[in-house]
Write a protein that binds this ligand. Structure first.
Ligand code: SD4
Length: 308
């Protein structure tokens, strides 16, 4: 058995390439790295890697995380610049006993010392958008996890039964320099325990971290929930608490994968597209608000319109 699942339509090509690696007997780690680097390298995606939208000061600040379900070790970089493939840095940092989560300058120095390629991550179109927005942006303006600004999260299970979780993002457009979202934060943006499953989150990181949502999903799976039940229950838990506090449910989507290759997804949005691959095929699906439960079916062309 092998399986792979990733967030948003933008992961589809990478997920297909990762799926081919798994089908050929490759490792979950190589499949996750392949899928995410393809998104990072594509300047068409304005929320991940090259072409990512900048922070308020015009710098593209990258967050990425990685976790190995066999060892429970993780790695990550946060608020780092000029690393062509943040996910490769996160993967290399996973396995260290200490110094496995590096911020800013330290992350960049690590990438150089590891021989990872550097790149100026600013594209003309991202900088044009930044210049235009910067004219009217005020420091108190709210940041939102709007459409088109989404984290790529990939979870994979290989034929040897190994589970891996990876995430990569340039965070929120116009974030404050130094702001870190959930994506490199273990337990919030991602979590992976080979005995119970893997989970990852996309959406407003500040909200995701309030519920340590990825850990919560895996913890529910440890207590017997299916990945689908776990995603829905974890999201319901945080949403109802937020509603009780007089807030709205916010913008959060979750994915999960079990050690048997079953997957789940849940969202507070109307529609959350994602891709999932099993030995049969790779499919573009969507989670939607159903009748008390999530409705998971193939994504329609209409639902995918305008999606990254
Ligand atoms: C963050 N979780 O930096 C990321 C952004 C995201 O959909 O996933 N947006 O908070």
């Amino acid at each position: 058995m092998y399986a792979i699942i990733g967030t948003w339509k933008m992961c589809y090509d990478g997920l297909t390439a990762g799926h081919a690696l798994l089908a050929a007997g490759g490792t979950a780690a190589d499949a996750v790295e392949k899928a995410i680097t393809m998104v990072e390298d594509n300047p068409a995606y304005s929320s991940v890697g090259y072409g990512g939208l900048p922070a308020r000061d015009g710098h593209v600040l990258l967050d990425a995380g990685w976790m190995d379900g066999e060892t429970l070790r993780y790695g990550g970089i946060m608020a780092a610049e000029n690393i062509r493939n943040p996910i490769r840095a996160a993967r290399l940092l996973c396995g260290r006993e200490t110094n496995c989560l590096l911020a800013g300058r330290g992350a960049e120095q690590f990438a150089v010392s590891a021989g990872l390629p550097l790149r100026d991550m600013r594209t003309e179109s991202a900088m044009a958008r930044w210049r235009e927005t910067a004219q009217t942006f005020r420091p108190g303006d709210p940041l939102t996890a709007y459409r088109g600004h989404d984290t790529v999260c990939v979870l994979a299970l290989d034929g040897a039964g190994r589970l891996i979780a990876g995430t990569s993002t340039s965070g929120l457009f116009m974030k404050e320099p130094g702001r870190v979202g959930d994506s490199p934060v273990v337990g919030s943006g991602f979590y992976c325990d080979g005995r119970y499953g893997a989970a990852a989150a996309t959406g407003l990181g500040e909200d995701v971290m309030r519920g340590c949502l990825s850990y919560e999903v895996v913890s529910l799976m440890r207590r017997g929930a299916t990945p689908q039940e776990a995603c829905e229950e974890a999201l319901r838990g945080l949403s109802s608490r937020k509603l009780a506090l007089g807030e709205d449910a916010g913008s959060i989507s979750l994915i999960a994968l079990s050690p048997a290759g079953a997957f789940g997804a849940a969202t507070t949005l109307d529609v959350f597209p994602f891709a999932a691959g099993s030995p049969e095929d790779v499919r573009l699906l969507a989670a939607r608000q159903g009748d008390g439960r999530m409705d998971i079916r193939p994504a329609t062309a209409e639902e995918l319109e305008g999606e990254p």
